[in-house]
Design a protein around this ligand. Structure first.
Ligand SMILES: [Mn+2]
Length: 424
């Protein structure tokens, strides 16, 4: 389904007066308002093709109806999000869940919705029907060379699909590891994985990047072969200058200082991509900003500071993506909330007075340093984000339009109530 532009305009018109009052109030306090608005307009977050269906747990999955039945319908769903918020202009595909059978057609369809193809994602954490070897005991780390080879060839195939679509990066997340002490020789597992990644790296086109994603635990519960940022950083350094670490917010041990990890990876020029979500306990994959918004702000504060120190373009310097999924919300409403949380937090990080913070740090003025950060975090920037959306042709309030247009009901009418999105 499409939301007609005139409907958006009508809605925006009805909400304009209220918005203008709120925007004027905050704009009066910000010196570089136009520069900040432009950064917000430019910033785009990729939506993963697997987040459009209702998520599940290992216990159950409660489908919500109207879920996209094909890659085409997934692209339409992301197109709808992008039409509403103008900040979801990219899609990240998972292979083999979303194989583009006709790449030219898929590329054209995405372009019609103003979408680009962000990082491609490979999958060696599941066995697929007809697959020769099982990944039960790992893929790139496996003791059997034939199984490692199968994993390498799959990744090379994913790169080929990505080239056809105009993607420029491959994200490798390995579930490899062990569930019990003694199961694995850590050194050999690392070396096998490195060797496998080197073969994939050799197949990367010249203008591509490879992102090595780490995760502390799950599905393996004793060791993970790319378990933390140190291990990912080791692989990325050994692979070469096209290899980077990818940080997924949910992939750390409890209470990890993620903002410090981000700062150091940026310093080393090895932060490549980012997966947004939120969590209370582990890899909960909850809506961005729903549990620990201050932590998200502190991370964005380091991202902005570190990218500025390197002269990086905030919008294009790193791969930005949502990686979330859960079982009790309409996935599209959830994605609107997640993107909104990202934009709000990015805007707050842009408001941090860097010169004053630097001065406070140099004077060991701990109190002022905290005041500066919290001043930005406690500023209600929602009207700034809405103004950026308005200027881009999006909705002042995407969620309100989504609900008033009864998008989910329409999708259920179009697609049926028993549809199941591929890959879940
Ligand atoms: Mn992830």
């Amino acid at each position: 389904m499409n939301i007609e532009q005139y409907k958006l305009n009508e809605y925006n018109q009805s909400a304009l007066k209220d918005h203008q009052r709120k925007f004027d109030f905050i704009a009066a306090d910000i010196k570089s308002i136009e520069a900040i608005l432009q950064k917000l307009i430019n910033f785009q977050v990729a939506i993963p093709s697997w987040a459009l269906g209702t998520g599940g747990t290992r216990f159950a999955r409660f489908a919500g109806g109207g879920e996209p039945r094909s890659l085409e319908e997934k692209i339409e769903d992301i197109g709808l999000l992008h039409a509403l918020n103008k900040s979801s202009g990219a899609i990240s595909l998972h292979i083999p869940w979303d194989i583009p059978e006709n790449a030219a057609h898929i590329k054209t369809l995405a372009a019609q919705h103003g979408l680009k193809f962000d990082a491609m994602n490979s999958n060696t954490f599941q066995d697929q029907p007809g697959q020769q070897h099982s990944y039960k005991f790992g893929s790139m780390q496996h003791v059997n060379k034939a199984i490692r080879k199968q994993a390498v060839e799959h990744n090379i195939e994913v790169i080929k699909y990505g080239v056809e679509l105009g993607s420029k990066s491959l994200t490798v997340w390995l579930s490899d590891g062990s569930c019990f002490p003694g199961q694995l020789n850590f050194r050999k597992a690392f070396q096998n994985t490195l060797e496998s990644l080197q073969e994939v790296y050799a197949a990367l086109p010249g203008d591509w990047k490879i992102f090595v994603e780490y995760k502390a635990f799950e599905p393996n519960f004793y060791s993970t072969t790319v378990g933390d940022w140190g291990q990912s950083f080791l692989y990325a350094n050994k692979l070469g200058n096209k290899a980077y670490t990818l940080v997924d917010l949910g992939h750390h041990l409890p209470n990890a200082n993620i903002e410090q990890i981000v700062a150091l990876l940026l310093m080393e020029g090895k932060l490549g991509g980012f997966h947004f979500n939120d969590s209370k306990y582990g890899d909960d994959d909850l809506t961005v900003g729903s549990i620990k918004p201050y932590q998200l702000f502190l991370i964005f504060n380091e991202l902005v500071e570190g990218m500025d120190a390197k002269g990086m373009n905030h919008a294009t310097g790193l791969g930005w993506m949502i990686d979330a999924s859960h079982n009790v919300k309409d996935p599209l409403e959830d994605l609107l909330q997640s993107v909104e949380a990202i934009m709000i937090t990015y805007a707050q990080a842009l408001l941090v007075d860097r010169n004053k913070l630097n001065e406070a740090q140099n004077n060991n003025d701990v109190v002022t340093a905290q005041e500066i950060l919290q001043q930005a975090f406690r500023t209600d920037v929602r009207a700034l984000v809405a103004e950026a959306r308005l200027r881009s042709g999006g909705a002042l309030n995407p969620l309100a339009v989504y609900r008033s247009e009864k998008v989910r009901d329409n999708l259920i009418k179009e697609r049926g109530s028993k549809t199941v999105a591929t890959g879940l």
